[in-house]
Design a binder for this molecule. Structure first.
Ligand SMILES: C[S@@+](CC[C@H](N)C(=O)[O-])C[C@H]1O[C@@H](n2cnc3c(N)ncnc32)[C@H](O)[C@@H]1O
Length: 355
């Protein structure tokens, strides 16, 4: 938390996004304490480009943008907390519809790009460097909508120095926020075969996870993306290699960024921020995320998720939400044909009940 900063404050005065918006009537938080830890903020590298990659990589294409707006209902003065700002594509659509945005991302490079892209909307925008599991520390309340667009952005994937891609060689890092956490190569170095096998199976649905885990640990373990590719290439027939590499990289990325734990905490915090009738939307991209989001939305809408046969409910089901998309919504075939990332996307939603 102490690394979280209030983005406007970091800009150091003048017509910064935060300051302008802070004066706006109807503001739902105290801008000076916009992010509770802001007083102890330190520069976290936001605003500085690592190596020019930020400028070179094309913008991330927002997935199901129309459906997201349809679900979250933008409008004049309505406040969106975009918990996964990325390149700001969804945020831009909300701003264009007359709304205000608090944009959160754990990746300083993402905030830097979004700040430049959304410059003309600075009076309606606050940017916050934080993990969405820390949403509870945002000094805002009665929010109209919260959006989670899970996973990685194009900027992260295409910067080989970040180590997210099996198509490029680079250091096996995979941290979305390189100012904290443990890079992937160290996670592998410290993992046991059993642990690694469990991660591969549960977070990546990797077939023969034990065999893959053994191959990885026997290889050193690897400290580069190419090293990881080479260590595992004999574990699968050639025609299944790419698909399984994607699964291996996904599982490792999820461990490095503690994605499952952060998601549960982020969702719970998001519901607290919402006003009565406010909505939360979540875009998921694989079965592990889907399971977690669906279970959360079921439980928060009063449906018991305990294993069958338990004499007493212990899951804490309560009716805080109305589950709006019990089966998740898929992207249109037209969108999938122009944006392959939309193929695996599912949009989920909930509306906060009164009281
Ligand atoms: C798929 S991209 C979002 C793209 C964005 N909707 C757009 O239209 O450009 C996901 C973003 O969420 C961020 N992210 C992932 N997990 C996060 C977390 N736990 N807390 C904050 N940001 C997170 C990533 O750094 C990445 O920039």
């Amino acid at each position: 938390m102490d690394e979280g900063i209030w983005f406007g404050a970091e800009a150091g005065g003048g017509a910064s996004a935060g300051e302008e918006h802070a004066q706006a009537p109807g503001r739902r938080g105290n801008p000076q304490a916009f992010f509770n830890a802001a007083g102890s903020s330190e520069s976290s590298g936001i605003g500085s480009s690592d190596n020019g990659v930020e400028a070179r990589v094309p913008l991330h294409q927002p997935v199901m943008a129309e459906e997201v707006l349809d679900l979250l209902r933008p409008g004049s003065g309505r406040l969106l907390v975009d918990a996964t700002l990325g390149d700001g594509g969804h945020a831009l659509a909300w701003l264009k519809a007359g709304g205000d945005v608090v944009g959160v991302d754990r990746d300083p490079a993402a905030l830097s790009r979004a700040r430049a892209r959304l410059k003309e909307w600075s009076g309606h925008l606050h940017l916050v460097h934080a993990n969405f599991s820390e949403l509870g520390s945002l000094a805002v309340e009665n929010v109209d909508a919260v959006l989670f667009d899970l996973g990685t952005s194009r900027l992260q994937i295409e910067d080989k120095a970040r180590g997210f891609s099996y198509l490029d060689d680079g250091p096996l890092d995979m941290r979305m926020d390189r100012s904290r956490g443990t890079p992937a190569f160290r996670v592998l170095r410290d993992a046991t075969e059993q642990q690694l096998s469990q991660w591969l199976s549960e977070l990546g649905d990797v077939p023969t996870p034990r065999r893959v885990a053994r191959a990885i640990l026997r290889a050193g373990p690897p400290s580069s993306t190419l090293g990881l590719v080479r260590a595992t290439e004999k574990c699968f027939p050639p025609r299944r290699r790419i698909k399984n590499l994607a699964k291996i990289f996904q599982a490792l990325r999820m461990v490095v960024n503690r994605e499952q734990e952060e998601l549960s905490r982020g969702l719970a915090a998001a519901v607290d921020l919402l006003r009565d009738g406010g909505r939360v939307g979540v875009l998921t991209y694989h079965s592990g995320e889907e399971r977690r989001v669906r279970r959360f939305l079921k439980r928060e809408s009063g449906m018991c998720i305990c294993p069958p046969g338990l004499p007493v409910c212990g899951c804490g089901a309560r009716e805080r939400l109305r589950f709006l998309r019990p089966f998740g919504k898929y992207a249109s075939t037209e969108e999938v044909s122009v944006n392959p990332r939309a193929r695996s996307a599912r949009l989920w939603g909930g509306e906060k009940n009164a009281g």
